[in-house]
Design a protein. Sequence first.
Length: 379
Amino acid sequence: MDSSSLLREKGGVTEDEAEDRAAPRRAHPWLAVSLGLGALAALLAVLVLSIDGFLGPPPSLAPRPAPVLRLLHAPPPVEVWDVAFSPDGETLASAGTDGLVRLWDASTGAPLGELPHPAAVTAIAFAPGGEALVTACEDGLVRRFRLEDRAQVAAMRGHEGAVRALAVSPGGGSIASGGADGTVRIWRAADGSLEATLRSHSGSVDAVAFSPDGALLASGGADRVVKLFRLRDASVVRTLDRHGQAVASLAFTPDGALLLAGGDDGLVHHFRVASGEEVGPPLARGRDVCAVAVSPDGRRVVAGGRVRSRVHRMLARLAGRWLTEAAPAVVLWSTDGGRLLAELPGHTDDVHGVAFSPDGRRVATGGAEGRVLVHEVTP
C-alpha cells in the first residue's frame, strides 16, 4: 500500500488534497470583505432611517395645514405628472405614467372618463373655452382631444423624443410645446399645423408658459436658463440666466408683470418681465421645485416638488422602506413678502403637478405615489 492509500485509510489527506481543500478557504477573506461591506451599508441605511424616523421631518413654519377636500387615487404604480382644472372649474384632469389622462368631477371626485395614450403623459392643458384638452406624451406627439365625445381631433408630430412641457395661448389659437430635443414648437390649435420651431436651448425644454396677453412665451429647462420669446417674430427678447440649476416650471402673474421660475435649486425666482431683473429674495422650498402655479388673483403661489433627497432614496431602498417625509411636498406662499401660508398635506412622494381652480379657492396636486388631491385654500 502506497503512502497516499495509507493516509486515506487512516482518515488523513495527501498534500495535493490538502491544497485542493485549502483553495476555497483562500477565497473566503474576499467573500468576507464583500459581505462585510454589504452589511455595513445596510446597517448605515437602517441607522439613518431610524434616526430620521425618530426625529421626523423638520418642524413646519406654516401656521396651519390646508384641509384636503378630495382624495383621488390612480391605480399604483402610476405616477401622476400633471393636473389641470377646466376653465369653469367643474372638471379636473390628471396625467399619468400609464398613458391615461383621467377626468374627474372636481366637486365630487367621481370619474368622468379617460383619454388613452400609447406612452406616459407628461403635461396637459385645457383650451380656454373648455371644449378641448391638449396633451404632451413621451412618444413625441402633442394631441388635442374634443371633450364632448373624448375623440382625438389632432396629433402634432415634430419633436424628436419625448414632449416635456405644454401650454395653450390665452386666446386658444396656439399651442406651445417643449421637448427633450431642446426645441420649442408652436402649433396652430385649429388644425395642428406647425407654425414655428424655436431652437435656443442647449438641453431638454421642461417648461413653457404664455404671457397673459399672449405676446410672449417663456421657456426653460436643463440648460439652466429661461428664454423670453416675442411670438410676433419668434425672436428672443431676453435671456434670464440667474437660475443656478435646471428649470422645471414657469408661471406668469395674472398682470403679466412677473415671471416665476422653479427648479432644481429648490427656489422659486421672481423676474420682472420688462427688465429681466430678479425681484426680491426667491421663495425657498428646500428641495427641487417641480411645479409652480399662481392664483387667479395673483396673491398666492403654490409649489410642489421632491420630498426626499436622492441620497435618502438610495438609503431607503437599501433598508427596504421609505424615509418619513423630509420636506413638505406642497407649500403655499403669499406674493406679498413671500410669507408662508400653509403646507398642503397628503403626499408621500414627489409632486410634479399643481393647479389653482379658476376661483382660487382650491388647489389640485398630483404625486408620484399616484394620488390626486384637492385642497381647500380659501384666503
